[in-house]
Design a protein around this ligand. Structure first.
Ligand code: THU
Length: 125
C-alpha cells in the first residue's frame, strides 16, 4: 500500500464530529517503518489535534528521530486545492527533517511536494 493509501485508511478512524472533516496521515521514518494517525477533535475546539501532528508524535514515541515523507488525506469534501497540511504541522515536519509531503488534491489526484516548497525558511535553532 502506498503512503497516501495508508493515510486514507487512517482517516477512517478520525474523530471529527464538529468539522466532519476526517483526516488521516501516514509518515515514513528513517527506519522504513510507517506510522499512521487521524485527527482527534474536542468540544473545546482549540484542543483539536491534527492527523499529521498525531502521526509525527506516534513516530517519535516509537523512537524515530528522522522522518522521510508524510502523506495526508481527507476522505470528506475538500477545498478545491485539496487537503494541505496546516502551518503548524509543516513546522512539526520541519523539526524531524521530512523531505516529501504527499497530499490529495481537490480532483482526487495525489500531489507530491518538497517540504521546502510548502515551508520555505522553516524555523530551526
Ligand atoms: N486538520 C488536520 O487534521 N490536518 C490539517 O492539516 C488541517 C486540519 C483537521 C483539524 C480539524 O479536526 C479538521 O481538520 C478541520 O480543521
Amino acid at each position: 500500500m502506498s503512503l497516501i493509501d495508508d493515510a486514507r485508511a487512517a482517516a477512517g478512524s478520525a474523530y471529527a464530529p464538529y468539522s466532519e472533516f476526517r483526516v488521516g496521515a501516514a509518515v515514513r521514518g528513517a527506519s522504513g517503518a510507517v506510522y499512521t494517525a487521524c485527527n482527534v477533535e474536542n468540544a473545546a475546539y482549540g484542543s483539536t489535534m491534527c492527523a499529521e501532528a498525531n502521526a509525527i508524535g506516534t513516530a517519535v514515541a516509537a523512537g524515530e528521530r528522522s522522518l522521510e515523507s508524510l502523506a495526508v488525506a481527507c476522505i470528506d469534501a475538500t477545498t478545491t486545492d485539496g487537503a494541505y497540511p496546516c502551518g503548524n504541522c509543516r513546522q512539526l515536519m520541519n523539526e524531524f527533517g521530512v523531505e516529501w509531503v504527499e497530499v490529495t488534491a481537490g480532483d482526487g489526484t495525489t500531489r507530491r511536494h518538497r517540504l521546502s516548497e510548502l515551508l520555505p525558511h522553516g524555523f530551526n535553532l
